[in-house]
Design a binder for this molecule. Structure first.
Ligand SMILES: Cc1cc2nc3c(=O)[nH]c(=O)nc-3n(C[C@H](O)[C@H](O)[C@H](O)COP(=O)(O)OP(=O)(O)OC[C@H]3O[C@@H](n4cnc5c(N)ncnc54)[C@H](O)[C@@H]3O)c2cc1C
Length: 474
């Protein structure tokens, strides 16, 4: 058994007497430790307790007793945040991590209202499966689908692969149930497609990263089942050709295009070699590739073939592989899904989650490479992303022959130069991962003083003593 965090014994005792259900509270520091560290191991904090409520009443009880003891509450879903959002901040007041793992029921799924009501701790994959079993489709999808929860996704307004077709979380949420910082419950689980009766409060909580309350359940939109799909990997001649191909795909297959991803040769080669241990699906004699999926109700192979042939005729691509089976399609997407994990083979890296207006990814990529090379000659760029949204995930990786600490010592300089470029292009430093602890400084540079002041006023009015996830966003 680990010991309680030093000096926290009284708090622990009071928590235990107020929350006596066995299993609701964990105070063993050796168990809590795993929840105190973020997915990448970049952020580490401390907590006096880990609470695992199984009902809305228990969430209210945790908030209420936490409030009396002056503890911070850190909501945590799957802890896959890429910006340190779901772990206690260093140096903050005693924290209770509120895990939503026990709120994992699908309360109702209604094919006729095209909606599902799910508790916050349901994983994204769980909702995808539930929708599929009712002949419907849940349009949120990304690599961490098996661990990421719907509460975490809503709290970060997550996006992912299918935003160009179904939108991000903001577009998929119909209603929310939220426990407010003072323990009151707002039951806003509506399933309406239209409701202009005053402020649409759900939008306040979507993307609020746990700083305004605990989302306990959500009513979510469903779409028509994607009963058939077909994917293709195209070898494109340049970044510009990739962008033109994305335009072509949108023109020729707007209704069926469900994902279009930019993939660098280095990512495909190394993912096949190091992670998937398979032969690359086509000859890798170019710098850039595009992976796309068409999905719908009828066979899409012909449409995909026409699209690929048109791209060949227009000299946008020099080769393409079209999936011939579901297994082959899964293999193609496994390459894309592995890119996050691939970073562990790339040494130290400085990562960005940028979004620029559509069509400007080539300019963004080139300017980033040129500017960062002046600071760290020989660094390795790894850029990939959701082309249809102008979202480039860009990592500057440690050059050979340079120590990780020397490379990371240039982080501030690299970030300053890179952010300036993205702002000059009219972009943002956080496309879909949120602000968390990682981007607080950049957010205050990106937004106007009026916007920042408005955000602070909203935060203050809901959470005057800054108990909800302190050190994140603000
Ligand atoms: C391999 C990989 C791929 C990824 N790909 C994408 C991608 O393509 N697109 C994308 O948008 N993101 C992506 N992410 C980031 C991340 O998975 C998503 O943001 C995800 O939605 C977070 O869900 P979670 O349950 O893990 O949330 P957590 O990490 O636990 O929490 C995220 C934030 O939400 C808050 N929070 C969690 N639950 C609640 C709740 N119930 N109420 C209030 N606040 C809450 C937390 O305090 C924290 O601030 C990826 C991450 C990984 C590891």
């Amino acid at each position: 058994m680990g010991k309680p965090v030093q000096g926290q014994e009284n708090t622990e005792h009071e928590l235990r007497s107020a929350l006596p259900r066995p299993g609701l509270l964990v105070t063993d520091s050796s168990v809590i430790a795993a929840s105190c560290q973020d997915f990448r191991g970049w952020h580490k904090g401390e907590a006096v307790a880990l609470a695992r409520p199984r009902s809305v009443n228990e969430v209210q009880a945790v908030l209420s007793v936490g409030g009396k003891l002056g503890c911070a509450i850190v909501p945590q879903g799957g802890n896959t945040s890429l910006c340190g959002g779901a772990v206690p901040s260093e140096g903050s007041r005693p924290s209770i991590i509120l895990s939503t793992s026990g709120l994992n029921r699908i309360r109702a799924i209604e094919p006729h209202t095209w909606s599902v009501v799910a508790e916050a701790g349901c994983t994204v994959a769980q909702i995808q499966d539930a929708a599929r079993s009712e002949g419907r489709h849940f349009g949120l999808d990304f690599g961490s689908r098996d661990s990421a929860t719907v509460g975490g996704a809503i709290a970060t307004n997550a996006g992912g692969m299918s935003v160009l077709r179904y939108g991000n979380c903001r577009d998929l949420v119909l209603g929310l149930e939220v426990v407010l910082p003072d323990g009151q419950l707002w039951s806003g689980l509506r399933a309406l497609r239209k409701d202009n009766s005053g402020f649409d409060l759900k939008h306040l909580f979507i993307g609020s990263e746990g700083t305004l309350g605990i989302i306990t359940a959500a009513s979510l939109k469903l779409h028509a089942a994607e009963t058939v799909s077909a994917s293709a990997l195209l070898r494109v001649d340049s970044l510009e050709a990739a962008t033109q191909f994305a335009d072509l795909a949108l023109e020729m297959a707007a209704g069926e295009l469900s994902a279009i991803e930019l993939m660098p040769v280095m990512g495909i080669r190394r993912s096949c070699e190091l992670l998937l241990r398979c032969r690359p699906p086509l000859d890798l004699s170019a710098d850039w590739f595009v992976l796309l999926r068409l999905a719908g109700q009828q066979s899409l192979h012909e449409k995909l073939e026409t699209l690929a042939s048109r791209a060949l005729e227009m000299d946008l691509c020099s080769d393409a592989v079209l999936s011939q089976s579901a297994a082959q399609e899964t293999q193609l997407w496994a390459i894309r899904d592995s890119f996050s994990e691939l970073h562990k083979f790339l040494g130290a890296s400085i990562r960005f989650d940028y979004c620029v207006p559509l069509g400007r990814i080539p300019e963004l990529y080139r300017r980033l490479c040129a500017a960062i090379d002046l600071i760290t000659p020989g660094f390795v760029p790894f850029g990939f992303g959701h082309m249809g949204d102008g979202n480039l995930h860009y990592s500057a990786c440690q050059p050979e022959g340079i120590e990780a600490s020397d490379f990371l010592g240039k982080r501030k300089e690299i970030e300053t130069v890179a952010n300036t470029i993205v702002w000059e292009l009219g972009g943002t430093v956080s496309a879909e991962h949120g602000i968390g602890q990682l981007h607080r400084h950049e957010m205050s540079q990106q937004k106007s003083s009026i916007e920042l002041a408005l955000m602070r006023r909203l935060k203050l009015s809901l959470d005057p003593s800054d108990r909800m996830n302190p050190g994140k966003i603000f």
